[in-house]
Structures are given as C-alpha cells and as structure tokens.
Design a binder for this molecule. Structure first.
Ligand code: G1P
Length: 293
C-alpha cells in the first residue's frame, strides 16, 4: 500500500435543505463565498496539500459542480476573441492541467458513510482524504489538509480534523474522547455521532476533514444505519479503531460552518475583508454601517 495521499473524496450529494430556497436548483457547494463557490475552496485546499485526484460523489441536480470542473469551451473562445486574458487565465486556473476529476453518482442519500463507500472503485487500496466543502477552513499559512497530509506522512494513521465547540452544540457533530496529547494530536479512544450535550464524551468535534486508511471501506460495508437512520462514517471509524489507531488532530486555522446561514454570512464578511480588490471599500462600508447601528 502506498502511504502518499493523492486522492480526495468530496461527498456532495446532500440535498442542502437548510439553505432552501437558494439550493432548490443550485447545489449548496456552489454557493459563493465572495466570488468563489465553496466547492472551489475545497479543491484548492486539496491541490495545496499535493493531492491530484478529486473524486466527487454527486447526486441529482448537482450537474453544475461537474460543469464547474469541465472546460468552458464557448466562454474561453469568447474571452480569447475579446482579449480578456486575465479572466481567461482565471477561468483556466480553476482546474490545473495535472488534476484529474472523477464523478460518481450516489444513487440514494443514505448518509456520509455510504457516500464515502461509493468512492471505493476510484480510491482502491490507498489512504485518501475526505473534505466536506461546507466546513470552510481559512488556509492562512498552511492549509488544513496540508497539515493533515504532513502528519499522515509521519504516522500513517487515519486522522480526523477536530476542534472544540460550544458544549451545547455536541449534537451537531461527531464527538471524540482522546488519550494523552502529543501536541497537536492525540489518539482517539471513543467516538460517537451527534451525542446530546448531557451524554457527550467531550466537546471535541470532528469537522469536515479526514484522512482515512482504506480499511475503512470494509468497516463501512458492515455498518448498519446509525444516528438519523443514516449509514454514518463515524460508526465505521469507531469500528476501524478496533484494528488500528485513529488520531484526532487540532489543526491551525479558522473554520466557518457554511452549512449554517450565520456561518455562511460570517465567512462572506471575513473573506470580503481579506479580498485584495474589495477589502478597503468593504471595510469603509462596514465602518459606515456600524456607525448607523
Ligand atoms: C458530518 C459528520 C459529523 C461531522 C460533521 C462535520 O455531519 O457526520 O460527524 O462532525 O459532518 O461538519 P453532517 O454535518 O453532515 O450532519
């Protein structure tokens, strides 16, 4: 088995009901933070981590994700004819030439575990990353997935990205209890999907970043329906922990929960304040606005 992480799985078949009506015809992963869809941030984070194969697990009404990662032939011709070189380059940079994209349909939304299992034919017997694009993590110096790939190179253990959440919110996440800390990471002793705050083993939550050894596929195959009646990745990870060590990694970087309206708005404001063309005017606008509040 190779120990290099070269593939990432994006489970993007979910219905996005929390964002209706915006997501009736537009996949939630295509909602923009300032001027880029969430999906593109996830792909860029993967590329920055040295990953070259993007595996999208899609569903019905997700065709615009495929279009975004296809060549926009007519648009390119038009921009070429009009000498719009800068925009043309921006368009072409969405998917650099060395990147491969694989699209797999998840026929039914049976849960995150099932979505990841759908990637088996494209992943094979290799470690692989999973990114949930609605957890946007500001990359700063070194992107979250790059940090995880570096840790994987040292440990060859499956790794889950984790962060502390408000104890009242444990029922939104997979929650872990860890053993002795080894700096930024620790061995997971217990993991449970969406426990109520009164029974949660801690407030250390799994966010949408994973590196998994391929042994997870056998475990998912034998995982029945769990929380919410879905085939949960968390339950398969609990099973994997019987055979091998799984690590919780407290990454550096700020996470925005863009699956929730407030998190999505906050991300748009903060990314707006970081955007090179917009930041000055946007800051001035916010200052004026706050003076009127
Ligand atoms: C999924 C996982 C959960 C994880 C969360 C992170 O839940 O099942 O363990 O903590 O993503 O965003 P979902 O948000 O899809 O319900």
């Amino acid at each position: 088995m190779t120990y290099k992480v070269t593939k990432v799985v994006f489970p993007v078949a979910g219905l996005g009901t929390r964002f209706l009506p915006a997501t009736k015809a537009v996949p939630k992963e295509m909602l923009p933070i300032v001027d880029k869809p969430l999906m593109q941030y996830a792909v860029e984070e993967s590329i920055a981590a040295g990953i070259d194969t993007m595996i999208f697990i899609t569903g019905r009404s997700k065709n615009s994700i495929m279009d975004h990662y296809d060549k926009a032939y007519e648009m390119e011709k038009e921009l070429e004819a009009r000498n719009k070189t800068e925009i043309l380059n921006l368009l072409r940079s969405i998917i650099p030439p060395h990147i491969k994209c694989v699209f797999i349909r998840q026929p039914e939304a049976l849960g995150l575990g099932h979505a990841v299992y759908c990637a088996l034919p494209a992943v094979g017997n290799e470690p692989f990353a999973v990114i949930l694009p609605d957890d946007l993590i500001y990359d700063g110096e070194r992107g979250c997935m790059k940090q995880m790939v570096d840790l994987y190179a040292q440990t060859q253990s499956s790794i889950l990205g984790v962060e502390r959440v408000d104890p009242s919110e444990t029922d939104k996440y997979g929650i872990v209890r860890t053993g002795e800390s080894k700096g930024s990471y620790a061995n997971i002793e217990h993991i449970v999907e969406k426990p109520k705050p009164d029974v949660a083993p801690s407030n250390l939550a799994v966010v949408g970043r994973y590196i998994l050894n391929p042994g997870i596929f056998d475990k998912i195959k034998n995982t029945g329906r769990g929380a919410g009646g879905e085939i949960q990745l968390t339950d398969a990870i609990a099973d994997l922990m019987k055979d091998e060590q799984v690590l919780a990694f407290e990454f550096e970087g700020k996470r925005y929960d863009c699956g929730a309206k407030l998190g999505f708005l906050v991300a748009n404001v903060e990314y707006g304040l970081l955007h090179k063309e917009l930041k000055h005017d946007f800051l001035a606008y916010l200052k004026d606005l706050s003076a009127t509040l």
